[in-house]
Design a protein around this ligand. Sequence first.
Ligand code: ZN
Ligand code: ZN
Ligand code: FE
Length: 765
Amino acid sequence: MTQRARIAVRGAVQGVGFRPFVYQLAHQLDLPGWVLNSPQGVFIEVEGENKILEAFVVRLQKEKPERSSIQSLELSYLDPIGMNGFEIRESENQGERTTLVLPDIATCEVCLGEVLNPKDRRYLYPFANCTHCGPRFTLIESLPYDRAATSMKRFEMCEACRREYEDPRDRRFHAQPIACPDCGPGLELWDGNGETLAAHHQALMEAAETIRCGEILAVKGLGGFHLVVDAGNEQAVTRLRRRKNREEKPLALMFPKLVDAKLVCEVSDLEERILLSPESPIVVLRRRSQRVEIAPSVAPKNPFLGVMLPYTPLHHLLMNELGSPVVATSGNLSDEPICIDEREATERLRRVADRFLVHDRPILRHVDDSVVRVLAGRELILRRARGYAPLPLHVGSAAPGILAVGGHLKNTVAVTVGDNVFLSQHIGDLETSEAYSAFRKVIASFQELYGAEPERVAADMHPDYLSTKYAADQGLPMISIQHHYAHVVSCMAENELEGRVLGVAWDGTGYGLDGTLWGGEFLLCEGASFQRVAKFRDFRLPGGERAIKEPRRAALGALHAIFGDALFEQVDLAPLDSFTGQELVVLRRMLAGTVNSPATTSAGRLFDVVASVTGLRQKCSFEGQAAMELEYAIEDEGDHPNYPFVLSSQTVDWEPTLRAILTDVENKVPVGKISARFHRTLAEIIVDVARQIDEKRVLLTGGCFQNVFLTERAIQRLEAEGFRPYWQQRVPPNDGGLALGQAVAASYLLARSEQDVPCSTRKAT
Ligand code: ZN
Ligand code: ZN
Ligand code: FE
């Protein structure tokens, strides 16, 4: 299939013969398109068959001019527009110049070579970096990017470093974080009270020993602390889970080298490229058979593992010393933001970590590891943080002066500067005061970095979100954006779509226009307006919020919608059996009187219903767990018929689906088959609604579309029926993408209000 690849390249790619190189490469592969040099970086668009586009990207990185270096490469696929020939476009020098803050970049090959070379003066030095790699966003205080405005200002360069720094021919020419063992930051190993046990390389060696002994090591890295344990030591992993208060959510792994990761997981060419990229995120990979020893508690009941490779010299040295994979999870307690300061860490992580491997280079802002999964042959960013933030996104255009505060879970914020949208790093769930204070800090630092003075603030409609309350307190005109509309606009924006589209926004829950909990929505969107053209039949969630943690509650609600009170006379129903008699009395009363049991159309909760009635899971220890397990349970033999459903008067009725599932459960059909049939049915529902609405362009967004089987199946079915599916790539489909949608939706509303149509802008009280 022909597609258009949009590639944004940043780094040392200007004035080094990069454009002629791109021109020649495109010619060799016979790809039409253009290349453009702008103050924001080098932009390339090429159009062609998938395979050739992929080859282009691989060769772009492998064969680039000698003096160039790529520090960031963002790739999105857009609709083809019928390009002819290849041109080098004139540089864009007009317009507002927004200086970019580059993200933190993984250690380059050359620096790594030095660190491992006994003859080099940076041998075993954990803070080596150069003009082409090393920390950026995490150590920049303010712009312009100069050593005096970074957290390296307290270290005075030695003679040797200064010579490199001042020599235009040196690869450390103007490398602001330049450092060496004589003048730069150093390592220390601390006990739980912050007493020094060892320093420099000795600290690293003893830290490695701590891990080998099965103890928990807190490591101060690039954007915050990791908690590290031996990934092969089940006892150590369970102790970490217990102390961190994290029951079952999968833990990320760091492998010494790519070859080690390949022993444990299947790694495709695309996945390999992502693992080795300067962004160096966590990549979700499918496990091979369990023969290599990874402790079962790392990712219980999960056929995938989150895998990353070392991305600083410190990580490389530690992993080299160990020679085997470790768990490297964010250094925090459940739900809190990641720790960045060593004194604070010994306080907050006192009960979690046995020892602390720290250094004296301050981390100015927390940046978590990013998470990427390959979906339908493309990258899908599930958590956008290290390596990607704070680069702007290409979204066509946005109105300036907007601050978008995001949602409640997986919060990110966005600011518009000129027509750029800068999306913040992942902040997290705004459930704790620590998270809320991190949220305010990120907003303040974004405004400072980019000199952005917001004139308007965009927020979710949910009156109880902390982010919404914050927005209302700013004394600025506030623009409320409906949750699922924001999801759809986020997807529209990154696919650069204009005009009418059908947005399929499926997630856990979001506040609806009617005050109920939406989550299984079909929105026909056109610019600033949208129409809810279809939705799932609603059902009640007894206990409200508690239903998110207990799929069995969603199941009772859905079954009650079918059977009414007679539900409680049924026998052999997994959700009923999981409650005590006493609990059922209360729940029965709730559902009868509709007390504390809000109605929802949520697709995410429907996954919970199916997980519960099939006996797969009744209670969750993290958001989305039941849906994830239902996806992982799939045994698809391709021949299962779909379940029935009814689509009428803008409502998708799942009653026939659920009845058929109950029959399958009764007939002891394996859960894997039921799950496959259920997923396929959902894809069919999307196709049917698209057909009824008669809209060719269908956008898949919301947390449910992190589900690879569902999304790939929906894409495949839509294409087969002549529709054109779109999904997210650079921005998460989950609530991490809301801020972008809010910023762009607010821009639409402003543009419309300029045409004298009333818009929902209102003055905050
Ligand atoms: Zn380097
Ligand atoms: Zn030095
Ligand atoms: Fe959502």
